[in-house]
Design a protein around this ligand. Structure first.
Ligand code: ATP
Ligand code: MG
Length: 321
């Protein structure tokens, strides 16, 4: 027998409930997210996303049930549970006259980073969010996007394996949004579990592997994006968007249409097409990607289509729209 020394990061809600008087903000939530991946948390305004994230950090206490981080109850053993989490939830403004370095050092000290590692860890997290050149500049002079990157850097201090983000790109311009998304993608590569709320379906289908849908405090669905979208689509099919390097020839499109698992294809432009797939989505997808690679059409991306997620979103949340 051998065991892995690296622990699999996990988040688990067991009957997690938060009531404000008669009002139920989070209702008997049961959810287990396990492994290094990015999970999008979707739902209309007031659905209970921020409340759930706050319960996972013990910013508020549950009325009932438990929130576990790596198996440790956040409310019962706060310090131990939160030692593996970095958060970005309603972050207060950074004091404008501080430099980035001063702001991050302050957080690092608060988080209990040992004295001799303070400088080094601040440099490391600033590097991760591509803000190393700005360490000695005053935060007050920085753009909103740069401040948000510093907030993410602060969440990364202490090297947490779980990161909770509440609408991390909200309020940023397209460039700022893109920078934050690229950083999240990098974090994913470092074997971390990222759980992030968002209202941007395109963002979720671009960076997340899985989605959790919440409405009126209740979990409506959780799973890989394609499984969730196929479950809620009329036809039981999932839609995958594929981009290729070279313009597609008619004979190749013919071949693609005949690949196993493909129910229908929709050519979006010369280098992009949607595939509707049915059956066991995960298995079909894997085979499909292999077959596409064999066709040597230069596949550059293969991801759940945003329109599929949008369709699902609108059908799941129709009564509140
Ligand atoms: N302290 C509080 N007292 C009373 N009600 C609250 C409190 N905090 C949140 N709520 C209510 O709980 C519900 C869930 O709020 P929450 O902020 O979790 O929603 P959300 O999904 O994050 O929404 P949004 O997308 O708008 O950020 C809302 O109806 C909100 O008004
Ligand atoms: Mg919110």
């Amino acid at each position: 027998m051998f065991s892995y020394s690296v622990m699999t990061p996990s988040l688990q809600a067991i009957n997690l409930t938060k009531r404000y008087g008669q009002f139920v903000a989070v209702s008997k939530l049961n959810l287990k997210i396990e492994g290094a991946k990015c999970v999008g948390f979707l739902g209309p305004n007031g659905a209970g996303k921020t409340t759930t994230l706050k319960l996972f950090t013990d910013m508020i206490r549950p009325t009932d049930g438990h929130a576990l981080i790596n198996g440790v109850d956040v409310h019962e053993e706060k310090r131990r549970a939160l030692s593996s989490v970095g958060t970005l939830i309603e972050t207060p403004e950074i004091y404008p006259s501080l430099t980035e370095r001063e702001a991050l050092l302050m957080v690092a000290e608060l988080k209990g980073v040992p004295r001799k590692f303070l400088e080094k860890s601040v440099r490391e997290v600033a590097d991760k969010v591509r803000m190393k050149e700005w360490l000695d500049q005053k935060v007050g002079r920085m753009s909103k996007g740069m401040k948000q990157r510093i907030n993410i850097a602060a969440a990364l201090l202490g090297d947490p394996d779980i990161i909770l983000l509440d609408e991390p790109t909200s309020g940023l311009d397209p460039r700022g949004m893109n920078e934050v998304r690229e950083i999240i993608k990098d974090l994913k590569k470092e074997r971390r579990l990222i759980f992030m709320s968002s209202h941007l379906l395109s963002e979720v289908s671009e960076i997340c592997d899985e989605v959790a849908l919440i409405n009126h405090g209740k979990l409506m669905a959780y799973g890989p994006i394609n499984e969730v979208t196929s479950k809620f689509s009329d036809s039981g099919a999932a839609i995958i968007e594929v981009s290729v390097l070279k313009p597609l020839q008619a004979n190749v499109i013919k071949k693609i249409k005949k690949l196993p698992g493909v129910k229908s294809t929709e050519v979006l432009d010369t280098k992009r097409f949607n595939l509707r797939v049915s059956g066991d989505v995960a298995k079909t997808q894997q085979k499909l990607l292999e077959s596409l690679v064999k066709l040597k059409i230069g596949v550059i991306s293969f991801k759940p289509s945003t329109s599929a997620l949008e369709e699902t979103y609108l059908s799941v949340f129709k009564e509140t729209a």
